[in-house]
Design a protein around this ligand. Structure first.
Ligand SMILES: Nc1ncnc2c1ncn2[C@@H]1O[C@H](COP(=O)(O)OP(=O)(O)OP(=O)(O)O)[C@@H](O)[C@H]1O
Length: 252
């Protein structure tokens, strides 16, 4: 095993009935790498990401997280190990998934308080720090309904950071936002990348993928058809399908 490998995926397969959504997908993510996953709608990007945190069952292949097997021969390991392994990963969803009945601070503190790994004092200190980090210190006692989409997503990122994840997974974090609100969210993700957080970002934001990612993975029809530096993918795409996709992406 490569010791700096945070995620190793080999021949991952997923079918919904007759539909093969992931067809022997393989990739590695190194510690500190920021990887953007791009590709046409329905190509399997979200399914791939969700498989890493057991939000999907898979039908074949293996996943190893920080040297620990999570999926072997298409089967997740036992329940306790799944929770232990997936707890090293934080996930941010397209639709924020905040708890509407909890304040911003309540959203951040819920999981750490339930886990009881540290004192309430430590938890409240960290939620204050993380809300400052995402520029929302003054919103701690507000309910999500009172926030803009961009603010909600920044709360969701702070919440994901509360459990000190080693890896962050973003599933189209700006796709539900009005264009004028994407910048504030992308800035936070960019800052995390600059701090060398290991991350996978599924995105339709081509400029972001080009500027922030260390590596870009292109998925098409359930397969990784290209992987390389942003310059390799955007300036010299090898595959005709990649060229067609990039030329159609209106935000490029
Ligand atoms: N629960 C499900 N049951 C059946 N089919 C599903 C299910 N979830 C996803 N699919 C199908 O799997 C395929 C891949 O979906 P996925 O969401 O992973 O693609 P994607 O690349 O993330 O697309 P997008 O960019 O539109 O979000 C699609 O054809 C989708 O319709």
């Amino acid at each position: 095993m490569n010791m700096s490998s945070m995620i190793e995926v080999n021949d991952l397969e997923k079918s919904f009935g007759n539909l093969d959504v992931l067809k022997k997908v393989s990739f590695n993510i190194a510690a500190g790498e920021a990887v953007a996953v791009i590709g046409p709608s329905g190509s399997g990007k979200s399914t791939m990401l969700r498989s890493l945190v057991h939000l999907e069952e898979v039908t074949g292949g293996s996943i190893v997280i920080q040297g620990k097997p999570l999926v072997e021969n298409g089967k997740y390991v036992s329940g306790a190990s799944i929770r232990e392994i997936t707890s090293s990963m934080g996930m941010v969803f397209q639709h924020f998934n905040l708890f509407p009945h909890l304040t911003v601070r309540g959203n951040l503190e819920l999981a750490p308080r339930m886990l009881k790994r540290e004192s309430v004092k430590e938890i409240t200190a960290r939620s204050r720090d993380l809300l400052s980090k995402v520029g929302l210190a003054e919103k701690a006692d507000v309910y999500p309904a009172k926030l803009s989409g961009g603010q909600k997503q920044r709360v969701a990122i702070a919440r994901a950071l509360m459990l000190n994840p080693d890896i962050l997974l973003f599933d189209e974090p700006t796709s539900a936002l009005d264009p004028e609100l994407t910048g504030e969210v992308l800035r936070v993700i960019r800052q995390l990348a600059e701090e060398n957080m290991t991350m996978i970002v599924v995105t339709h934001e081509m400029n972001f993928a080009r500027d922030v990612a260390d590596r870009v993975i292109f998925m098409d029809n359930g397969e990784i058809t290209e992987s390389g530096t942003p310059s390799q993918i955007f300036d010299h795409p090898q595959q005709e399908r990649t060229r067609v996709f990039l030329s159609k992406e209106s935000r490029l």
